[in-house]
Design a protein around this ligand. Structure first.
Ligand SMILES: Cc1cc2nc3c(=O)[nH]c(=O)nc-3n(C[C@H](O)[C@H](O)[C@H](O)COP(=O)(O)O)c2cc1C
Length: 334
């Protein structure tokens, strides 16, 4: 193995604790991250995961939109998944050329088709390959820090064994989604186990980041204080709350602001993906943006049919004409 870099790159420049927006496929794409940058930026962004085999195949062009980002999203980490050290090496070269600040290897995805290939969380059962992937990525990545996002076990909890296995390859950071693969998202995250991971990593230079069911930054701060982890990663809490990382309460957001934000999101989506992803994917975001507002049932029906940003504007104009837009909170019981 080549020697791990002495420094952890951008990870060393982060405040403590730091907050990361979790990678979420078909959610935290470039349009969504542009919106979040505008509403309240996390300390680190991750891209959605992308297959290293895919990026090294003739299908590369179709995948490149997963790796687009705007300059104001730095520091941004590209996440890849796969099982082939050679394609990890080549993908790491590409990611360095594209200007990413770090590279993360997905070792936590529970999806059957990914695990069947031996990738994602199946790597928890194959530590020697996991270490080879880290090493190949480090060699290809021209000194970019390499991190891992994973779970605390495959079929059963195997946290300390797995963390110790990963530490042998000296990743810059390990993000632990505090559930096993088998648990999917069905049980509460096992936060009580985080101190064991911190203890296992105590004599290493690897940062430990916790993930799973974190509601907001205050909740993250409590977990940091209780466990001693270096940072927190938040995912689903951002649905319908793009202000999550600003510490602003949703109740302080006016309806006008919420609608402007939704429209902005739709415009970003069109700008980024017009011929690459169906606008249909925006609809679930729009539903999340309007949850809990008065008259949202009728609005939901209209937004369920939109195909362009102009359609979104028309639906919001219809709502405004029908219900009015007062300056109070957008979360009106309804
Ligand atoms: C729709 C969706 C897509 C996801 N895609 C990814 C992904 O591409 N890479 C990854 O490492 N995790 C992915 N995850 C897992 C999240 O990053 C995170 O670990 C999980 O949602 C738990 O954190 P939370 O409770 O804060 O949401 C995804 C989760 C969701 C809900």
């Amino acid at each position: 193995m080549t020697e791990a870099p002495e420094h952890r790159g951008f990870w060393d420049q982060l405040p403590r604790p730091f907050y990361i927006l979790a990678p979420m496929a078909d959610v935290t794409d470039n349009a969504f991250r542009r919106l979040i940058t505008h509403c309240g930026k996390p300390d680190v962004f991750f891209t959605e995961f992308v297959s290293s085999d895919g990026l090294c195949s003739r299908g590369r062009e179709r995948l490149l939109h997963h790796l687009s980002y705007t300059e104001d999203q730095h520091p941004i980490v590209a996440q890849m998944w796969g099982t082939n050290p050679e394609t990890h090496y080549q993908t790491a070269q590409l990611l360095a050329e594209l200007g990413f600040d770090g590279i993360d290897i997905n070792m936590g995805c529970p999806v059957k088709n990914v695990c069947k290939t031996g990738g994602g969380s199946a790597l928890i059962e194959n530590p020697s390959l996991a270490r080879e992937l880290i090493e190949a990525t480090r060699q290809g990545g021209s000194g970019l820090p390499v991190s891992v996002k994973t779970r605390i076990g495959y079929a059963t909890i195997d946290l300390v064994r797995w963390v110790e296995d990963l530490l042998e390859a000296e990743p810059a950071a390990i993000t632990l989604h505090m559930r096993t693969r088998k648990e999917m998202s069905r049980v509460p995250a096992h936060w009580e186990l985080m101190p064991e991971a911190i203890k296992a990593a105590a004599s290493s230079r690897t940062l430990v980041v916790g993930n799973g069911d974190i509601r907001d930054l205050d909740h993250a701060d409590r977990l940091v204080a209780e466990t001693g982890m270096d940072g927190a990663m938040l995912g689903r809490a951002v649905f319908g709350n793009p202000w999550l990382f600003s510490r602003r309460s949703c109740d302080a957001v006016t309806l006008r602001e919420r609608f402007d934000t939704m429209l902005q999101h739709a415009v970003y989506f069109e700008q980024e993906f017009s011929s690459k992803k169906p606008f249909l994917l925006m609809r679930k975001h729009l539903m999340a943006h309007i949850s809990g507002i008065a008259g949202s049932k009728d609005l939901r029906l209209r937004l369920g049919e939109v195909s362009t940003a102009a359609d979104v504007r028309a639906a919001l104009d219809w709502y405004t004409d029908t219900y009015g837009l007062d300056s109070s909170s957008s979360r009106i019981a309804g």
